[in-house]
Design a protein around this ligand. Structure first.
Ligand SMILES: N[C@@H](CCC(=O)N[C@@H](CS)C(=O)NCC(=O)O)C(=O)O
Length: 253
């Protein structure tokens, strides 16, 4: 069975996970905490970043690449969703990676406002016990390294918020004619990509990894979630989760 190496809190990993679930492809998820994921990715000969799918025929690396890999192997009766980075970039006005990096900066800015306990509940579900213990013991250092890797500072977070607002407005324009999906009448890869990469803007329902309740976050983070949830583009992302996320729950024992 293919193994999906993930950082459970990562929205790029969620995109790959959703692609596999949507296609009805069985897989086993191997969640790791940030920084410690490097042991898992280098062990299989992958580059640094997750998600990595380990298959009998070799590695598939990259969220969209895994979604497409799964689409080519989809179970009977599952609808095809082929991703196109170019089409997504045209929709958002920025590339998929730029949008994902921007929402990830907001994620890290929000997690920095949370207690260590809450941060562990957000970041650690499913990770091996030894990783959780070590990460918890060195939490400020680990989160600092993760923020450094993602170039998170006041300037980049402010720029990310501007980029996100512009991209959301473009998505809302596309949805302005009342269409239920970004492509028209059917769920398409853009809906999955957009909804996955928007997860940091507002925790969605029906998520594969257990997330804290909104009420558990600090008030300032809740305010930001609420502001985003009012945007029609984020409302669309949440609707995609509500109606179309066929999830395989991550084993968080
Ligand atoms: N273009 C990649 C981006 C993947 C990516 O940025 N992954 C992040 C998690 S959100 C990661 O593994 N970061 C670990 C690191 O920077 O060492 C994709 O689409 O999968």
């Amino acid at each position: 069975m293919p193994r999906l190496i993930t950082i459970p809190a990562s929205h790029f990993c969620e995109l790959a996970r959703w692609g596999l679930d949507h296609a009805g492809v069985d897989f086993e998820e191997q969640p790791h905490l940030q920084v410690m994921h490097l042991l898992a990715t280098t062990r299989v000969g992958a580059r640094r970043l997750t998600p990595v799918l380990v298959t009998d025929a070799g590695l598939v690396q990259g969220s969209v690449e895994i979604l497409d890999w799964a689409d080519q192997r989809r179970a009977p009766g599952r609808a095809s969703v082929r991703a196109s980075r170019a089409r997504f970039a045209e929709l958002l006005g920025v590339s998929l990676d730029e949008f994902g990096a921007a929402t990830r900066r907001v994620f890290y800015a929000n997690v920095a406002r949370c207690s260590t306990e809450l941060g562990m509940r957000i970041n650690a579900p499913g990770a091996p016990v030894w990783e959780r213990r070590l990460f918890r013991a060195m939490y400020p250092l680990m989160m600092g390294l993760a923020r450094h890797a993602c170039e998170v500072d006041a300037r980049t977070v402010a720029a990310a918020r501007v980029l996100i607002d512009r991209a959301l407005d473009r998505v809302a324009d596309r949805l302005g004619d009342g269409r239920p999906f970004l492509d028209g009448d059917h769920l398409c890869a853009d809906d999955i990509c957009f909804a996955s990469l928007s997860v940091p803007l507002h925790p969605p329902p029906n998520y594969a990894v257990p997330l804290p309740e909104i009420a558990d976050f600090p008030a300032s983070v809740q305010r930001e979630f609420n502001r985003y949830a009012e945007h029609p583009a984020v409302a669309h992302a949440l609707n995609m989760y509500r109606g179309h996320r066929m999830r395989a729950a991550v084993d968080v024992a």
